[in-house]
Design a protein around this ligand. Structure first.
Ligand code: FAD
Length: 390
């Protein structure tokens, strides 16, 4: 039987939330152990579009709310981390685009006027033309309007790899996770039969939190899943594009990001309204046909003859909430030694870590001297979704 481990914070789930938190805590002197059942980033994280939202998109619903302030600061925090001068040293993580764009294909002037009049976006959005346009829109046939948002797009596989490096030997591959109770109280977890004791246990397992909570006999917080049916397209004709294409409604008609495949070709990753309810109801074939129609209508100059297509079904895991309002800050609930949450967005991983650190401080906890970790079997890095394409 492997030797028991004692640590300050035991983190369950190695997506962006757990990995970012782990790196922050270690820098602050806490001892940590992160356990992962599958692959690092292999849940939602590596299936995300990598946009570091600053909340501008949400201004389309109306004014940003007070709760959106956390998101407004995310591009700055990520920018500093990527430059090596922030809360984590993320130098070496590939930046795919310095900006994300809002693109209005036709006559949405009314919608955009109120949008640009809103205080939330003033000073954060510039109209762009000609050579400043994203490469995929630089075509004489393009008639729409394009605005540049001060929001970054990061290459998530290189982010996950860097966060795994920062974990410095604190990652453990696990198959079986069970509660470790003493006198009826949760003292830690049994990881494949090995005792791991901790002052606090953080569940950052994305959709996996639901089953973990059930196994621990904890009812709250409840989780909701928001299913998506994303589309991937790969081909030499596709040039980089990072943009929300606006439709008439409050949600982008289509959100396009572009990712490098291992063979050097670009992959368009299509989400937004296309991937939501109607898209979820479509079969893979129907969804690809719908995506082709959208691309042909919006970007008629792009030759789709030799493009390969695939779709990806994935659920976003979030705290349950009434109505369809999307959360725009990280969520964390504390119950005794258990902290459970969802960042709700990749961009909000720093906010998720803040909330855990605040919870540790408000419980009066401090890093304790711990024996160094034994050598651990680390979980593998996850594979980007678009690598299924030929
Ligand atoms: C299609 C899509 C596009 C998105 N685009 C963006 C975007 O552009 N910008 C943005 O900010 N956000 C985006 N998001 C949201 C973002 O991806 C998520 O909010 C974020 O990745 C969640 O991170 P996480 O670490 O909480 O969860 P996950 O990445 O899901 O990680 C959870 C981890 O826990 C592990 N796990 C599960 N159960 C257990 C268990 N019992 N024991 C141990 N480990 C376990 C899983 O294997 C997984 O590795 C997008 C999401 C989707 C689905």
């Amino acid at each position: 039987m492997p030797s028991p481990i004692s640590t300050d914070v035991l983190i369950v789930g190695g997506g962006v939330a757990g990995l970012w938190l782990n790196a922050r805590l270690r820098l602050a002197g806490w001892s940590t152990l992160l356990v992962e059942q599958g692959s690092l980033g292999g849940g939602q994280t590596l299936k995300s579009q990598g946009i570091i939202h600053g909340g501008a998109k949400y201004a389309l619903h109306g004014a940003l709310t007070g709760a959106s302030e956390a998101i407004a600061d995310m591009p700055r925090r990520w920018r500093e981390a990527l430059a090596g001068s922030g809360e984590l040293d993320l130098r070496g993580v590939r930046l795919l685009s310095e900006a994300h764009y809002l693109w209005s294909p036709g006559t949405l002037a009314g919608n955009l006027t109120s949008f640009f009049a809103s205080k939330a976006v003033r000073g954060r959005v510039d109209a762009v033309k000609g050579e400043q346009l994203p490469p995929a829109l630089q075509n004489p046939a393009f008639k729409g309007k394009v605005y540049r948002l001060a929001e970054l797009v990061v290459d998530v596989p290189s982010l996950v790899a860097r966060l795994a490096e920062l974990a410095d030997g604190s990652l453990l591959a696990a198959e079986r996770i069970e509660p470790l109770r003493e006198d009826g109280l949760l003292a830690g977890l049994l990881i494949d039969g090995r005792e791991v004791r901790a002052q606090r246990i953080v569940l950052s397992a994305g959709a996996g939190n639901e089953a973990l909570l059930a196994a621990l006999g904890v009812q709250q917080p409840a989780m909701q899943r928001r299913p998506l049916h994303m589309v991937m397209a790969k081909g030499e004709a596709l040039k980089p594009l990072y943009a929300h294409c606006l439709g008439g409604g409050p949600k982008p008609r289509m959100t396009v990001t572009t990712h490098p495949a291992a063979d050097g070709q670009w992959v368009w990753y299509l989400g937004g309204d296309l991937a939501e309810a109607d898209g979820v109801a479509r079969t893979e074939e129907q969804q690809i046909a719908a995506a082709r129609r959208e691309v042909s209508q919006l970007l008629p100059w792009v030759d789709l003859t030799h493009v390969h297509w695939a779709t990806l079904r994935v659920d976003r895991a979030e705290p349950a909430q009434s109505g369809l309002v999307r959360p725009d800050n990280a969520f964390l609930a504390a119950e005794g030694p258990l902290l459970v949450g969802w960042p709700t967005k990749l961009a909000l991983a720093p906010d998720f870590a803040d909330r855990v650190i605040e919870a540790l401080a408000s419980a009066g906890l401090r890093p304790t001297p711990n024996t160094p970790l034994p050598a651990l079997q680390p979980p593998p890095l996850g594979t980007p979704a678009w690598e299924v394409l030929p």
